[in-house]
Design a binder for this molecule. Structure first.
Ligand code: SDX
Length: 392
């Protein structure tokens, strides 16, 4: 018994770890970060507040928030030689390929924050990762479009600074659009952490060996890239574009239900949520708001809403408890803001870094933690003697 929560002993016996950061109830569609419901955080918090909450366990008082935000802003630049590293990539490299390489390469630059036995170095590395992800993601975009990198402007908010580095150019001043800044703030918060998902488990497993935090987050980025995980936001928008118009939806629903067809509705289903993903609800509302405030319409949003309506009235999806997840509507918003589709998962990685870093700190600061070692069910050949090749 822990407060309002009781745990099924069966569940705890299969749990991969114990954590106090995020709680999910998949049947009831509940997502809490340190006890605070995700919709309340998405509505009221700044992303720095949520980062502090995940990392330190409490919402910061004003002075604590100011100090934390200032500390993060001290680390927003990357080592100048990272620019040389970046210039080694092809211009058409996928941003997630660049992020896997660039974040892992931070280990080669910041030797003064790789000693994981030193709590101070652990926190400096955590601040560096949270601070540098927007800079690196923006650089990946600039590099792909052949525009110069913009240095961070710490007079802006975390989100505003990212938008300026991504969409600003040296030739003219960049004014942060508050509608877009607010939408990005919500999107970052909705992606911040999500209990022991595949990429977070990857970060924890890598960290359990004592690997440095930059390498661990690079491992998490690699895992997130998969279309079954964070790569689903890019795949979902591509699918909605391929569907094109509502009258084409039935054929895609039929394909999704066909066991012989590997096609799945991208942005639908979840390993844990079997009722609804609370993040999808906020994301859907944000999509409506952003397109309306930007004075934009997007036929893809109409297709998405009609696809959700049809799927949720179809017995296959009802029986298998498949609902839109966080990735179903996010692409509509990101597309409206102007991000290329292949940047979507990099944005997910940017936001999830605060959760990965919080989960890594929780794991690495536990004196009882040991190296992870998942076991297996062996189904191979029984022991047998070697046969020389001439007798095979
Ligand atoms: C994220 O873990 C997390 O918390 C992840 C995440 C996070 O914040 O970190 O929430 C982010 O990764 C969200 C998920 C994004 N992925 C997608 O949208 C890709 C499409 N979704 C599927 O690939 C799938 O739903 C998964 C991968 C998300 C879950 O796969 P499972 O574990 O196979 O799903 P399930 O066990 O609930 O499936 C039950 C049945 C299966 O059929 P049967 O084997 O029982 O016959 O439903 C089918 C599945 O084949 N099914 C789908 C489907 N998802 C599951 N059928 C059609 N379309 C789908 N999207």
């Amino acid at each position: 018994q822990t407060g309002m929560f009781t745990y099924d002993p069966g569940f705890t016996s299969t749990a991969s770890c114990q954590s106090a950061i995020t709680y999910i109830d998949g049947e009831k569609g509940i997502l809490l970060h340190r006890g605070y419901p995700i919709d309340q955080l998405a509505e009221n918090s700044s992303f720095m507040e949520v980062a502090y909450l995940l990392l330190h366990g409490e919402l910061p008082a004003r002075k604590e928030l100011e100090t934390f935000s200032y500390t993060i802003s001290r680390h927003t630049m990357v080592h100048e030689q990272m620019l040389t590293f970046f210039r080694g990539f092809r211009r058409d490299a996928h941003p997630m390929a660049i992020m896997c390489g660039a974040v892992g390469a931070l280990s080669a630059f910041y030797h003064d924050s790789t000693d994981i036995t030193d709590p101070e170095q652990r926190m400096i590395a955590s601040h560096r990762l949270i601070a540098k992800m927007p800079t690196l993601v923006a650089m990946a975009h600039k590099y792909s479009v052949g525009q110069p990198f913009l240095y961070p402007d710490n007079s802006l908010s975390y989100t505003g600074n990212f938008l300026r580095m991504t969409f600003g150019v040296p030739a003219e001043p960049y004014v942060v659009n508050p509608i877009i800044e607010n939408a990005m703030r919500r999107i970052f918060i909705l992606h911040a952490d999500h209990e022991q998902n595949a990429s977070t488990s990857t970060v924890r497993l890598a960290g359990s060996s004592g690997a440095n935090p930059f390498a661990c987050i690079a491992a998490g980025i690699a895992c997130l890239w998969g279309p079954a995980h964070g790569g689903a936001n890019e795949a979902a928008l591509n699918m909605l574009r391929e569907i094109g118009k509502p009258e084409n939806i039935p054929q895609y629903i039929a394909r999704a239900k066909d066991k012989n067809d590997p096609f799945r509705l991208m942005g639908f289903g979840h390993r844990v949520y079997k009722n609804f993903d609370p993040r999808a609800k906020v994301m859907k509302a944000t999509a409506d708001e952003v397109l309306k405030e930007l004075g934009k319409s997007d036929p893809v949003l109409d297709v998405a809403k009609e696809l959700e309506r049809i799927a949720l009235s179809d017995e296959y999806f009802i029986e298998k408890k498949l609902y839109p997840n966080v990735d179903f509507y996010s692409g509509v918003i990101l597309n409206a803001i102007g991000f290329p589709t292949d940047m979507f998962t990099a944005l997910f990685a940017l936001a999830r870094t605060v959760g990965w870093v919080a989960q890594w700190n929780e794991m690495i600061s536990d004196p009882e933690q040991k190296i992870g070692r998942p076991r297996q069910l062996y189904v191979g050949a029984p022991q047998r003697d070697y046969i020389p090749v001439e007798k095979r």
